[in-house]
Design a protein around this ligand. Structure first.
Ligand code: SF4
Length: 344
């Protein structure tokens, strides 16, 4: 399979008249000025020069903001710049992200004209009260309508959901995942809410009205959601916000994060925890005292099985007095494992 690269282009808060409680797009994207077609071209050229694997699949992704909410002229300017690289074969696809209430037939026809392949919708929750509490300004019905229309026009559909929104419970988040599964997205991103500087959520947090999810709880719920999507063969392409200069440990200089379940390797924590559960489940099924267990996995999964700072190895030893041996085998399919008990 060809390697895939994303060429990210951040479109900060352009045209977004909303003010979602958790959002400060300028902080999230780390960018404070409007972008032009020249910025798009420069960014693409920069990545093309630096991607060593020339045969790889390259996708230009317009992140942040609400792409289809920006001026139509600006949308066309940015898409035009990216589509030149699509037409000359230097990139292979274009992706945009937007709000569900900024999707209609006209918009989708425009995106088709520039051969956009994937549209990601910021859903955040399937519960209308939570959407309203987060000042999203749309309802879940908008997500349903937009998702159906996007699929009907033949785009690849993506969804983004959040965990830990104000007043959202674990059940609400599970229900959101169930509701999204029904809409058949090809891919999903899961973002635990972080309190970002300059947002209304920061104010609520400082007033003691909002309390972010602790890290272990955020890992637990994300683990459940990842499993639900994986069971339905929906690709979870991100868990946790990308670590940048602004989205970093609240203690570090320049961080825009005030509080919340931030971890630079959040996804790894979630996946490691899933591997840990799988090994423990296997051990519990055996009617003997297990002393040593060998897990054979694809080398790509090795870090997750071992855990961040060897967490899984240490936890298995401390909790169950079991030694974990990790065997790497190129022939194992990624995500699959063979678990064998070596000593009982
Ligand atoms: S709609 Fe998107 S860009 Fe606009 S405020 Fe909400 S999260 Fe931010």
């Amino acid at each position: 399979m060809k390697k895939q690269y994303v060429i990210p282009i951040f479109v900060p808060h352009l045209g977004c008249p909303h003010d979602c409680i958790f959002c400060n797009q300028k902080s999230i994207s780390g960018q404070k000025k409007q972008i032009t077609k020249d910025d798009v071209k420069k960014q693409i050229e920069y990545f093309l020069d630096n991607i060593k694997d020339k045969d790889s699949e390259k996708e230009v992704a317009f992140f942040g903001g609400s792409f289809t909410g920006i001026d139509i002229e600006k949308q066309e300017e940015l898409l035009q710049a990216a589509s030149e690289y699509l037409n000359n074969g230097k990139i292979h696809s274009i992706r945009i992200s937007t709000r569900p209430d900024y999707i209609d037939k006209q918009t989708l026809k425009r995106l088709k004209k520039y051969k956009v392949k994937t549209i990601e919708l910021g859903v955040q929750s399937a519960n209308d009260y939570i959407l309203q509490r987060s000042e999203r300004g749309h309802k879940f019905e908008d997500v349903k309508k937009a998702s159906k229309l996007i699929r009907w026009y033949g785009f690849k559909l993506g969804h983004q959901m959040m965990v830990g929104l104000p007043e959202s419970t674990r059940n609400d988040e599970i229900n959101t995942a169930k509701a999204l599964i029904k809409l058949k997205p090809k891919m999903v991103r899961i973002y635990p809410v972080l309190v970002i500087k300059g947002t209304k959520l920061e104010k609520e947090y400082k007033e003691g009205v909002y309390e972010p999810l602790p890290l272990p709880q955020a890992i637990e719920i994300c683990k459940t959601l990842v499993r639900m999507f994986a069971d339905k063969k929906i690709n979870v392409i991100r868990v946790g916000l990308q670590n940048t200069d602004e989205i970093s440990d609240p203690e570090s200089d320049g961080s825009e994060v005030v509080a919340g379940p931030f971890h630079p390797a959040f996804r790894q924590l979630v996946e490691s925890s899933m591997w840990y559960d799988a090994v423990v489940e296997k051990i519990k099924k055996l009617n003997a005292k297990v002393k040593e267990v060998e897990v054979t996995i694809n080398p790509i999964d090795a870090n997750n099985v071992i855990g961040h700072k060897r967490e899984n190895v240490l936890k298995l030893k401390n909790t169950y007095d079991v030694d974990l041996i990790v065997k790497q085998d190129e022939n194992m399919r990624q995500g699959k494992s063979k678990i064998e008990v070596l000593k009982t």
